[in-house]
Design a binder for this molecule. Structure first.
Ligand code: FEO
Length: 394
């Protein structure tokens, strides 16, 4: 495949991966994903920015051959995760003169994870510039979006910013330039939800920095290249903000329909009050959808029956995911049904210890919900309504 030119001797040499079904063996990928790699032909030196996921190595190297890339001077590792660095050992064999330019944290990671010899790595400082002749690479450390080793590479003369995972999207494409449509928005949001949301404060910092840099293009290492940088900057500004939407997420599981009856009643009453809801069945739901909803939800109501004196095991994994993704939700409550006893909410609370949510009175029902229980759900609905109103969400 012939590489597509982005501008002035800068080429896209990445690949789509339409067969990948899960990312991190966790988030289902509806259409697959993509790994971008960029070739920069300077007048004196040739650089590649980020490389490739190992299962795509053969195709990647064949493409480099087909495009007559016989020499690489620098390989820029913006981040050590293997979807961008996994082929480095093979690449160093193919291009023995190449030196990896990276930061100390990434150096440590690629040495540990890929057994890259230390002499093949040159450390660069934050803000350091490396000349390719008529082009200059400037490195900007950007730790914690999403690993401690993440950084951006800025191509000064062309005003291009290579952000690796930051602004990435689970998205496959033929045209390398983003058609900023709903499909891309969804892919970028799904990516943000899993990868960036736990680091929202750092995202806010770098979004502001990039806004001020005003690059001509943003070139992430997943998804298409943004010529309309405002599209992704505005989306990240919204997703990483501290303010949620008028939305209640209700992850639930039910065995004999008692918990489901409560969930359905809660859902209906919230909707009647003008509050949006997302019911998430943990048995057959898509964890990506759960994560995406967490980007916007202001309130979470986790609902589960008691199983052997604690929460139903199927709710435990999603609760753990909610906890580690550190969403912006401000309020949390629980509902559940039991037969003979146990500690349902205490245990769920332990799984959710990262959340800084104000608790709203939970509701535990013996067996099926009755009139007084539905009255309590009405109270829960009113509490959520008042709290969303106080935040000017409705
Ligand atoms: Fe796309 Fe953190 O790797």
């Amino acid at each position: 495949m012939k590489f597509k030119e982005i501008k002035n001797n800068i080429y896209h040499c990445g690949l789509n991966d339409v067969n990948r079904k899960y990312f991190d063996e966790l988030i289902p990928l509806e259409h697959g994903t993509s790994y971008n790699s960029y070739l920069v032909l300077g007048s004196e030196k040739i650089a590649v920015i980020d490389t490739m996921y190992p299962p795509k190595a053969e195709e990647y190297f064949n493409n480099l051959d087909e495009n007559n890339v016989s020499k690489i001077d620098y390989i820029i590792a913006n981040h050590g995760e293997q979807d961008h660095t996994g082929v480095l050992p093979e690449m160093l064999k193919k291009y023995p003169e190449a030196i990896i330019l990276t930061n100390p944290k990434c150096k440590e990671n690629i040495m540990e994870m890929l057994l890259i010899p230390e002499e093949k790595i040159r450390l660069i400082e934050d803000g350091e510039e490396v000349s390719l002749g008529d082009k200059t690479l400037k490195f900007i450390y950007a730790p914690w979006v999403h690993w401690p080793d993440t950084m951006f590479t800025y191509l000064k003369e062309d005003n291009l910013l290579f952000t690796c995972d930051f602004f990435g999207a689970h998205y496959v494409f033929n045209d390398i330039f983003a058609n900023c449509d709903d499909e891309l928005y969804k892919g970028a949001k799904r990516y943000f939800a899993e990868i960036m949301m736990p680091f929202s404060p750092m995202c806010r910092k770098y979004v502001q920095m990039i806004k001020e840099m005003n690059p001509e293009m943003i070139l992430p290492s997943h998804g298409a290249i943004y010529r309309d940088c405002k599209f992704i900057i505005d989306a990240y500004t919204d997703w990483s903000s501290e303010t949620g939407k008028n939305l209640v997420l209700i992850p639930y599981v039910s065995m004999y329909n008692s918990t489901k009856e409560m969930v359905d009643y809660l859902n209906e009453k919230l909707n009647q009050k003008g509050i949006q809801t997302c019911l998430y069945s943990v048995v057959d739901g898509d964890l990506g959808e759960l994560a995406v909803t967490l980007v916007d939800a202001t309130t979470i109501v986790i609902s589960s029956p008691m199983v052997l004196s604690g929460p139903h095991p199927m709710i435990v994994g999603p609760a753990y995911l909610v906890n580690v993704l550190r969403p912006k939700a401000k309020f949390i409550s629980y509902m559940g049904s039991y037969g003979w006893g146990g500690n349902l909410f205490g245990k769920l609370g332990e799984f959710l210890s990262n959340l800084r949510c104000e608790p709203i009175e939970p509701l535990l029902v013996k067996g099926k919900p009755k009139k007084e229980d539905f009255d309590k759900i009405d109270k829960l609905v009113n509490s959520i309504y008042e709290k969303h109103k106080e935040l000017n969400l409705m």
